[in-house]
Design a protein around this ligand. Structure first.
Ligand SMILES: *[C@@H]1O[C@H](CO)[C@@H](O)[C@H](O)[C@H]1NC(C)=O
Ligand SMILES: *[C@@H]1O[C@H](CO)[C@@H](O)[C@H](O)[C@H]1NC(C)=O
Ligand SMILES: *[C@@H]1O[C@H](CO)[C@@H](O)[C@H](O)[C@H]1NC(C)=O
Length: 432
């Protein structure tokens, strides 16, 4: 029987061999500041064993439409199909006029893998599908805090720009491991590791990374993630995301980091995918909470923010009236009758709310009827605004009107129920 591995990635606590202390007098390569801004998205290669080049092109075309420039190809050393799928991804990127770069997943790779990592970088660093930053091939990781990139850089003719995921912001400024920047995995409200705290999300971790990196002349790749909920026997918790699908993008406009990586395009296991639910991926059991829960409409929020971020603007531009909503399938107190795992950690910190983001060209009135609750309405301004309403069991109705006339609205795509077989703290995301 095939051993189904639960794909990473937010398992920081399990992996945090504390990074080694900074060496005094560490030498820093001063990164040239990029003039352009780029948005990338984390892509789990480990779940697309049987993807075709066409499947890759389909995902890349959708990502491009949102303004995403590249996929970070999260890959494991142990999968027999890693080499084949990397080759397909690079080929598809060239076909789709998109870019990719490798994100070595150090839950599987180790510091002893320098030779194999070097040979992969030699193969792809100057490939037409490779994402270049400052004229160098970007490479990233999930953890792998102490991996030394200098020998890889020395052995590959094409320049390499190493922006690994680091867990300790202090290490990011002093590491002498040949890095040019760092990527943080603190995309959800946390005090560190996988600790769960109340939202809203702040930029405290980003600020720690940025101050250390800036001092060292290195760049920051900020994580943007809309949600987090996972429900495996080895991994059963939620982070408190709530309005994160919108709030985190606002933080990006204020912060203007050099690079952004969206977590994720297709990590169904952790419920933070913004890509379509692809029938062609291999299911690790997460279909139970993702198959009927589309997240595509979150890309409607991302798109104007990505455009504003790239233009260096602080406010997104709304071109047409739209509404995006999301909500969980059950109130948090409901007990699911058949679930052997029990509810995920953190569930008590969630609020029972319906979230609505309005993208409006002019002010309007938003009315929401949540299940058996009375209809509630609020005046919302032009621009992108998120409102929340108490969750009621039953169907959900949304209506936006202006000058007494409904301009958008309808029934939500999922009925909230007060009973369930299995816990699901993912959300149904829809749009009008
Ligand atoms: C990082 O540095 C700050 C400021 O010097 C210090 O307060 C903090 O304890 C350090 N954190 C770690 C994890 O070493
Ligand atoms: C992949 O999925 C899409 C629909 O999601 C389908 O149109 C396509 O044929 C699938 N490709 C393969 C190889 O099954
Ligand atoms: C991929 O295709 C092979 C060969 O057809 C098949 O044996 C395998 O089960 C497929 N894997 C998944 C995850 O669908």
């Amino acid at each position: 029987m095939k051993n189904i591995l639960v794909r990473c990635c937010a398992v920081l606590a399990l992996l945090s061999n504390a990074p080694v202390l900074a060496l005094p007098g560490a030498h820093n390569n001063v990164a040239r500041q990029g003039t352009n801004k780029y948005v990338t998205a984390h892509f789990m290669v480990g779940i697309v064993e049987n993807y075709t080049v066409d499947d890759w092109v389909t995902d890349m075309t959708l990502a491009k439409e949102t303004g995403i420039d590249a996929f970070a190809l999260n890959c494991a050393s142990i999968d027999s199909y890693t080499d084949k799928q990397l080759a397909y991804a690079y080929e598809a990127a060239e076909l789709a006029d998109f870019k990719v770069f490798i994100s070595f997943d150090f839950a599987y790779w180790s510091n002893g893998d320098t030779a194999r990592i070097t040979s992969i970088m030699k193969m792809y660093a100057s490939h037409p599908g490779q994402f270049q930053y400052n004229d160098a091939a970007l490479v990233s990781t999930f953890v792998g805090d102490n991996f030394n990139w200098t020998p890889v850089k020395n052995a590959v003719e094409h320049p390499i720009f190493a922006v690994p995921n680091l867990q300790d912001p202090n290490w990011s400024g002093s590491a002498n491991t040949g890095i040019d920047g760092a990527f943080s995995w603190y995309a959800w409200p946390t005090d560190g590791g996988n600790s769960i705290i109340l939202g809203p999300m702040t930029t405290i971790w980003d600020d720690r990374f940025r101050s250390n990196l800036q001092r060292a002349g290195k760049i920051y790749m900020a994580p943007v993630s809309p949600w987090f909920s996972t429900h495996f026997n080895t991994k059963n918790w939620v982070f408190i995301c709530e309005d994160l699908p919108h709030l985190r993008w606002q933080q990006m406009l204020e912060m203007q980091p050099e690079l952004i990586e969206i977590i994720s395009w297709n990590d169904y296991g952790e419920s933070h995918y913004i890509g379509p639910y692809s029938e062609n991926h291999s299911d690790d059991g997460s279909a139970q909470w993702t198959k009927d829960f589309p997240h595509d409409a979150w890309r409607i929020i991302a798109k104007p923010y990505i455009a504003a971020y790239k233009a260096g603007e602080r406010t997104p531009t709304v071109e047409s009236d739209q509404l995006v909503y999301w909500y969980r399938p059950t109130p948090k107190a409901v007990t699911c009758s058949k679930d052997p795992l029990g509810p995920p950690s953190g569930v008590n910190l969630l609020s029972d709310s319906i979230f609505v983001t309005t993208l409006l060209t002019q002010p309007a009135t938003l009315a929401v009827t949540s299940g058996g609750h009375e209809s509630m309405s609020v005046e919302v301004g032009a621009g992108i605004v998120t409102s929340s309403f108490p969750m009621g069991v039953g169907w959900q109705y949304f209506s936006v009107s202006r000058n007494g006339e409904e301009i958008l609205g309808g029934e939500g795509g999922w009925e909230i129920q007060d009973h369930c077989d299995y816990y699901n703290h993912n959300v149904y995301v829809g749009t009008f």
